[in-house]
Design a protein around this ligand. Sequence first.
Ligand code: ADP
Ligand code: MG
Length: 336
Amino acid sequence: MNAYKQIAKWGFLAFLIIATIYILRRHNAPTTSEVPYQECTGKIFGTTYKAIYQHPDDLSADIHSRLNEVDASLSMFNPISTLARINKHETDTMDAMMQEVFALAMRVSEATGGAFDCTVAPAVEAWGFGFKNREQITDEKIDSLKQLIGYRNVSMTADGLLKRQIEGVQMDFGAIAKGFGVDKVAELLSTKGVKNMLVEIGGEIIVHGTRADGKPWRIAVQSPTGEGFSAVLSRTETAMATSGNYLNYYVNEAGERVAHTISPFTARPVTHTLLSATVTAPTCAMADAFATAFMVMGVEQAKTVLEEHPALGAYLIYSEGDTLQTFAKNFSLDGK
Ligand code: ADP
Ligand code: MG
């Protein structure tokens, strides 16, 4: 047998072996519908999280450790987080996650005329929404808070150092960290090959693909009255966040609701007719930040920002007299 024939014979045999292995593997591999949906829940940033994802293995240890990284960077509640240490002047070095969040926070501040502002921290504390008790609020106190608030009071150097324009500036990523955590878990699951997932932290949510029954994920927007849902949506692809002043507030001595969204312009909690802002965006961190900014801006200004940013969608619920009104942009609801 000449050399060519030898090569052809062994080549053909090798082909047969590889083809047989391939066919056997395909035959034994579970079909998509047989791969189980796993569920993982826990607590972070003083709220709860949940991930439902289709994967043969339980990935909860990876999810917990990714969320612990986010917590170690951005949590206000963790006294040794990078954020807590920066606010205590123990360091000026932002870790990689904080650099990413800081850059996004600045972009959203620019896009919203400063309504989103990561330097609201002293006012959040003073009004009793941080981890300290509420302080006695006087006009002098408000004036001194206003000096410290303003996103232009902080910047980041090329190597990730925080620069403060004035002493005493403190940062707060409470309006972006939950969405960012959702993005990080969704990214992690994607790198593990997960196509079908729901990831949620305290109401900020990402869904991809479908539920175990093959249908789109269904997401409900809570009603501002606290009873039932305002809207239900079916989605196979979305990153969405809701800010609502009806969820996190206290009633002061005068019987007024004091809500946890702070206007950076007045250093006071915002009071207007917008009751809840649900936003969809390319990332959940971005949706989270814009939802908070819209609560500061109110309906009309929010509409302007939506015109300028076609990648955003929104569902706004506001009061008009005694009735609740809604406004939707790039946002389809079930049954409508
Ligand atoms: P939730 O999703 O819990 O309704 P948000 O995403 O609106 O909350 O975040 C509220 C938190 O964001 C506040 O508790 C405070 O820490 C921070 N915050 C309040 N006002 C602002 C603001 N104007 N810009 C950025 N962060 C804010
Ligand atoms: Mg937010």
